[in-house]
Each structure stands twice: as C-alpha cells, then as structure tokens.
Design a protein around this ligand. Structure first.
Ligand SMILES: [Mg+2]
Length: 403
C-alpha cells in the first residue's frame, strides 16, 4: 500500500511531430512516469484531460492493473485501434514507468526480468521524414518524401535499388529488412485490384535483393492492411518465390476470417497486427489461427501491461511476438524492454533513419544497436526521458491537469 497519489497529468506536443502526444504523470512522492501515443492527437489529449484525469487525479499511482481496468470500462471495447485505446496506452506506459522508477529498476525487470541478453532487430526501410512531419501521410499510401543527400533515405532506396540497400544494411550488421513496394499501387483502386504489370513492378525489389545478396538477409513484406483478399493473395503468390520472412497486415483487420483465409493461402508467415488493440481482439485472431506471428504496438494496443498480457496469450498458442516501432522514440524504448522480457519475442522493429535523426532530437537515450541486435537499456524505468532542449523548444506546448 502506498500513500502517494497522482498529482499531475501533463500532455506534451510539438507541431514538427503532429501525430504524437507525450504524457507525463507525476506522483506526490516525487516520481514522474513517461508515456507516448500517436494519431488522433486532439481527441487523445482531450480524453486524457477530460474523463481520464477526472478519474486518475488523486488516485494511488501504483494500482496499475486497477486503473487499466477502470479506464478500459470507458473504452467500451472497440475492436480496432482507436482514440480510447491509444489514450489508455499512454496512461498505462506512464504508470509503469513511474512504478519502475519508484522501485529503481529497469522496465524489463519489473516485467519479469530478461529472457535474453539481446534481441535481433530488423530495419524498417523508411526515410527520416516518412510519416512524420507530414499530415497527408495516411492518405497517400506508398508516397515517398525523398530528401536527396539526407541520411538513410531507405524508402527511396528500396524503390530504386533494393539490392544496394540490402548490401548497405548487411554492411551495418542488419540481417533483416522490411519494405512495402506494393502500397503505391493500392491508391488507384483503393486496394480492390492489382494488375499483372504492377505485381511484376512491386516484386522487382525482392528479386534485386536476392540477386545482390542471396539469402543473407530476411525480407519482410509490409502491406499496411491496404488490400482486399484476392489482391493480397495475388501479391503473396508473386513474392513467394523470393522466400520473404513474413507478410504483414495483408488485409484490413476488421474481418478475422478473411485474415485466416489469407494465412491458409500461403506457406510464408502472416504477421498481424499493429492495427488491432486490446486482448479481446487478439483472442479472436489467436482462436481462429489467423496469424503466424503476433505484432503489436505498445502505444496503441493498451500499453505495456496489455502488450505483456497479449504476448502471454500468444505464447499459449505457440505464436512468437514481434513488437512494432515506427511512431515515436518512447514507444521504441518500451518495445525493447518487452522484447527482452517475454520468452516468445523473436525480433524487434527499428528504423535506423529515425534513430539517426529526429528520435535523437526528442529523447535522452535510444537503444544501443550493434551488429543487428539491440541491448538492454540501463537505468530505472523505461530508461529515457524527454530532452530539456525538446521541452524548451519554442513550438513545444503542454497541457496540464492537477490536484
Ligand atoms: Mg506495420
């Protein structure tokens, strides 16, 4: 039992990163926990400072599971990823960071300790500005914001010379990469149709990779939930001869029978889904054998505690877990702790272009990555914090609810 109460809840935003909301929860015994989520930022922020703050302020911060359940009752258990689940995620992350700091242990330790001393990573081949400083990002599938000369323009690289990109990644120690050359063709028919010539064009990068580096690198096919079933299967059949590692989110996640039908159509692994949230959505995917590899995003799925619960459910079905990164640096750090803790993690997503550029402008510590592996963060809690330079940036704003 503690006598501490939640004293203050602060959300932080910056127009340079219009999709992200950071959250800090301060306790009366002097600790601050950090969380993060992304998309629908106005709605998330108003939910946190409205109903959520009304419930949380003055409560014992160390009753994390109780607070999750109380806030989740307000969610009304929507199936997909949404505002409510994202807001709960940010709160849950903050509370667990706060608790880990109070007991002065790294997050992986309060989750149950290390299951491994390093985790293999794969590079998602986005450029530094992919989906970050642009508001039109989600309406233009496959669009490339190419800034010639800037560091790691990996999306432009896979669209033009995927073989050279694979070679470059291997030279940095990476043994796995993710690309999405079919996205651009989805706009024309809203994912309802893909032509034979488009299939050939989209498959070319995979062939170039095999021609250049053989089977030295694993290649993940990202499909972003853009396709109907028949198109997704046509894409899978086209890429299968190049032996990709997985097909990710081949169809929208609103019909799990369709996802299961896709999975049965191919011998390559089906990975799903960062587009889903909360244990009840994952229960159906597991029960229907709709996936081969469980992907989740901590800042959308319901936070670190929910990600841990879903990972345990996946383990009961002998399914491995591959945590998502591509939205913000705090989420990446939480994901790394989970990847090191859960027995059934197989690989952690990272974006080298982000780690080398804008992630560094926001937080004090990023994962140590060497030879294709990420290593345990040091320090208590999630092991990173928002930089003073970022807080003091003239465009950074914050909103506060307090006792
Ligand atoms: Mg994805």
């Amino acid at each position: 039992m503690s006598n501490a109460v939640i004293e203050q809840i602060t959300t932080i935003r910056n127009p340079e990163y219009p999709h992200i909301v950071w959250l800090e929860i301060k306790s009366s015994d002097g600790h601050v926990g950090l969380g993060e989520t992304s998309f629908s930022t106005d709605a998330v922020e108003s939910l946190i400072h409205g109903e959520f703050s009304e419930y949380l302020i003055g409560k014992d911060p160390y009753k994390m599971d109780l607070h999750w359940d109380q806030l989740a009752r307000k969610i009304r258990v929507i199936r997909g990823r949404g505002v409510d689940g994202s807001a709960v995620s940010a709160v849950d992350m903050s509370l667990w960071d706060l608790f880990a700091k109070k007991v002065d242990q790294p997050m992986f330790q309060v989750l149950g300790g290390l299951s491994r001393d390093r985790i293999r990573v794969y590079n998602t081949c986005a450029g530094s500005s992919y989906g970050v400083k642009r508001k039109d990002f989600r309406t233009e599938a496959g669009s490339v914001d190419h800034r010639p000369g800037s560091l790691y323009e990996d999306q432009h690289a896979f669209m033009t010379d995927a073989g050279a990109l694979a070679d470059n990644l291997l030279s940095e120690g990476f043994t796995a990469m993710k690309i999405w050359p079919f996205d651009v063709f989805s706009n024309e028919s809203n994912g309802q149709f893909i032509s034979s010539s488009q299939l050939d064009e989209g498959t070319e990068p995979f062939i170039k990779i095999r021609e250049k580096v053989g089977r030295k690198i694993d290649v993940m096919v990202e499909m972003h939930g853009l396709w109907n079933l028949v198109s997704a299967i046509r894409i899978a059949k086209s890429v299968e001869p190049t032996a990709p590692f997985w097909f990710e989110d081949p169809v929208p996640m609103d019909n799990i029978d369709t996802l299961a039908e896709f999975r049965r159509s191919t011998h390559i692994a089906t990975t799903a889904s960062e587009l889903s949230a909360l244990r009840w959505s994952f229960r159906e995917m597991f029960e229907k054998r709709a996936m081969t590899i469980c992907m989740l995003d901590i800042s959308w799925v319901g936070g670190i505690s929910e990600a841990k619960r879903i990972s345990g459910m996946a383990h009961a079905y002998h399914l491995p877990v591959a945590p998502h990164d591509c939205v913000g640096p705090v989420t990446l750090m939480f994901s790394l702790h989970l990847s090191l803790n859960i027995p059934n993690a197989i690989i952690q997503e990272i974006v080298r272009a982000y780690n080398a550029t804008w992630y560094k402008d926001i937080v004090s510590v990023l994962p140590k990555i060497e030879n294709g592996y990420a290593f345990p963060p040091t320090g208590s809690g999630v092991g990173t914090q928002l930089l003073e330079t970022f807080r003091n940036n003239k465009n950074t704003t914050s909103m506060v609810s307090s006792l």
